[in-house]
Ligand binder design. Structure first.
Ligand SMILES: Nc1ncnc2c1ncn2[C@@H]1O[C@H](COP(=O)(O)OP(=O)(O)OP(=O)(O)O)[C@@H](O)[C@H]1O
Ligand SMILES: [Mg+2]
Length: 311
């Protein structure tokens, strides 16, 4: 495996005619983390996965997978990846073992290694007992698990999963998430999954990117993003913010919380509170402000749409 983070997108852009599906995406996903790409329908999630796999050419910018550009070294990149895109692509008339066997052969895995890996994954996904049944007799949840097992067969370094729990009932989705998380935590693998379910992201992702209309609106730890999105707030960028000033801001009744990160002061406002008096206070205390930005408004709307269909 070459150097670099699992995924590094720099200005990654993809147009379909006049439509910009992915718009200057900048993103770093560190190795061995579980990253959730969270966005409503049509956000550009699937397009991004296809760009990362080198199945689509970017219109601009580039993506690097472990330092390799998939539009130049597509085969090498894809060999390092396991992917489950929108359709599971299993052979319904074959058994689970036959499906995995077929995939193992395509990936030139040795027979003994393939058998051991198959057992490990089928057991991990609680499918071992049903390994000899035709996949056509399986539930949707079982098929999704098998499709992920197949994507993991050759021990990929990066697992790309496009809405792995879409269409599953709450129980099957929870079982899949639990098995997936247990398996990936035990291996040297990075997971990049898409979802339009905030609850799902919170349960299994180390970090999340909120994506809408081709743009990344926010990145961070899921709980933190939820907090940011459900409370209005303001970020003040500037210099001269002393601990005393931060404490004074925190003590105000119109402020719920304050966090200073470098030269960015994040202020969570109480309901109905306004930013201008706080900005005036900072200026009055000698803070040199270079930027003031609200951070909830744009996220809130997206979060509502993501919360609606939580399972
Ligand atoms: N091959 C294509 N040709 C033209 N337009 C496309 C193509 N693929 C995607 N698009 C458009 O790009 C936008 C993003 O689509 P994409 O499938 O990436 O979104 P998504 O976030 O995966 O949505 P969903 O949650 O519905 O799967 C949409 O407006 C879609 O219609
Ligand atoms: Mg999609």
């Amino acid at each position: 495996m070459s150097a670099g983070p699992a995924v590094h997108a720099e200005g990654l852009t993809r147009d379909f005619g006049a439509l910009r599906a992915v718009d200057h995406l900048d993103l770093v996903v560190p190795r061995n983390s579980v990253f959730g790409f969270l966005g409503p329908n049509g956000a550009g999630k699937t397009t991004t996965l296809r760009l990362l796999l080198g199945l689509l050419e970017p219109t601009g910018g580039r993506a690097l997978i472990f330092g390799r550009d998939p539009s130049r070294e597509g085969e090498t990149v894809r060999a390092e990846c396991g992917a489950l895109l929108e359709h599971h692509g299993l052979y319904e008339r074959l058994t689970a073992v036959e499906n995995l066997d077929f995939y193992a052969r395509i990936n030139r895995m040795g027979c003994v290694e393939a058998r051991a890996r198959m057992q490990e994954l089928l057991e991990g996904f609680e499918l071992w007992e049903r390994r000899g049944d035709r996949v056509s007799t399986w539930s949707k949840g079982m098929k999704q698990k098998l499709a992920i097992a197949r994507a993991m067969m050759h021990r990929p370094s990066l697992l790309l999963l496009d809405e792995p729990t879409a269409g599953l009932d709450a129980r099957s989705a929870a079982a899949l998430r639990q098995d997936l998380l247990r398996l990936v935590r035990a291996e040297d693998v990075t997971v990049f999954l898409t979802t339009h379910n905030l609850g799902e992201a919170e349960q299994i992702c180390d970090s999340v990117g909120i994506f809408r209309e081709g743009r990344l609106l926010a990145m961070g730890v899921p709980e933190e993003l939820r907090r940011r999105a459900t409370r209005p707030g303001v970020e003040v960028v500037g210099s001269g913010m002393t601990p005393e000033i931060v404490a004074d801001i925190r003590a105000r009744p119109d402020v719920l919380d304050v966090a200073l990160d470098g030269d960015v002061l994040r202020i969570d406002l109480a309901e109905g509170a306004d930013a201008p008096p706080l900005v005036a206070l900072l200026v009055g205390r000698g803070v040199e402000i270079s930027e003031v930005r609200g951070f909830a408004a744009s996220l809130e709307e997206v979060f509502l749409s993501l919360l609606e269909d939580e399972t």
